[in-house]
Design a protein around this ligand. Structure first.
Ligand SMILES: *Cc1c(COP(=O)(O)O)cnc(C)c1O
Length: 339
């Protein structure tokens, strides 16, 4: 245990001491159960295995400047998981139970919360799956809610940096009236081939356009997009993007910094007018975009000539990190302290 090198941790899986589980049966959720096993005993006809009844969440716990453990916007993850469950007809875990389970699993694995200043954090992964046997296409009658945690290293190993993205029109992540707004495994399966293709071409992720018209900006890989121009923070409005909690928070902080905020359709050509651009999500907070290559149109939208992030991206990044680490006042009630 003393052998964890916090500064060189990857974004991978490391076994921790405990996970939390809760079963839904006969129309109700049972009590939280603590497990030391990393495995599930699952029926081979469970709906999660055949029909994709699986939703998940991702959030982080941080060791603050005062030594306390802080969790960022836990109530938002609870709401989003409930929405994902509703979206694919699974039993919804009540927000109260979700929060109780997150606090408990973090507390029990406290020794895995990386120290302040390491840049590392404890990643929290809740998931909810259909477990009862079903052969016809129907929702399950039984569900399992699980949360495991694993320490993850700093996203930016060589410091806050920009990366390139690529537009690949021959792939869609989610349909306009499909399941893009839910955090479910199926959307990820649908994105793997395109993601690998982008990676093989030397990009960090696919820059998705709207599936119907390929006219507007949707998402950057598994992160939301924002562009900055004329002191305005602009982020797409779309029926197929996942509502990012990081993006929601950045909109509030951008306003606090005196910027205007717009959530609207963003035509792909408008990329040429942005002074800065970024991808945002829990993993990186902000991953500033160096450039977006449109291979079909033989065009390139460049936001950083020398690879350094823009000043506003950096300011927003530092602000959200400071709140997460307890260095800045939690004005908006975003932090839950693990007692
Ligand atoms: C999880 C996720 C995000 C980021 O959401 P956060 O709440 O900010 O972590 C963005 N897009 C997709 C597709 C996601 O799954």
């Amino acid at each position: 245990m003393n052998t964890i090198d916090w500064k060189n941790l990857a974004f991978g899986y490391i076994k921790t001491d405990y996970n939390i589980r809760c079963s839904y049966k006969d129309g109700k959720w049972g009590d939280l159960e603590v497990s030391e096993s990393e495995y599930l005993n699952l029926h081979m006809a469970a709906t999660c295995l055949h029909y994709g009844q699986e939703a998940f969440e991702g959030l982080k716990a941080f060791r603050g400047v005062d030594g306390k453990i802080r969790i960022f916007r836990l109530d938002e993850n609870a709401k989003r998981l409930a929405s994902s469950c509703k979206g694919i007809m699974m039993a919804e875990i009540p927000a109260q139970k979700f929060q109780e389970a997150v606090l408990k699993v973090v507390k029990m694995n406290e020794r895995f919360v990386p120290p302040y200043g390491s840049g590392a954090s404890l990643y929290i992964r809740p998931l909810l799956i259909g477990t009862s046997a079903q052969v016809g296409v129907k929702p399950a009658s039984e569900y399992e809610f699980i949360i495991f945690v694993t320490p993850v290293g700093p996203y930016f190993k060589g410091g806050f940096n920009t990366t390139p993205f690529v537009i690949l029109r021959e792939y869609d992540r989610a349909a306009p009236l499909g399941t893009g707004t839910y955090k479910i495994g199926g959307n990820y399966a649908a994105s793997l081939v395109a993601g690998q293709r982008a990676y093989d071409l030397g990009y960090s992720a696919v820059f998705y356009l709207d599936a119907k018209e390929k006219k507007y900006i949707d998402e950057c890989g598994a992160a939301n997009f924002f562009g900055i121009k004329n002191n305005t923070y602009i982020t797409p409005k779309s029926t197929s993007i996942l509502p990012s909690i990081t993006n929601k928070s950045l909109m509030v902080l951008a306003e606090e910094l005196g910027m205007k905020v717009e959530r609207r359709h963003i035509p792909v050509e408008e990329l040429a007018t942005f002074e800065e651009a970024g991808a945002c999500g829990t993993a990186a907070v902000i991953s500033p975009i160096q450039r977006i290559d449109d291979l079909d149109e033989n065009k390139s939208y460049v936001f950083s000539k020398d690879g350094t992030p823009g000043a506003i991206c950096e300011k927003l990044y530092n602000k959200i990190r400071a709140i997460q680490l307890g260095e800045e006042e939690d004005k908006y009630g975003w932090i839950t302290i693990v007692e």
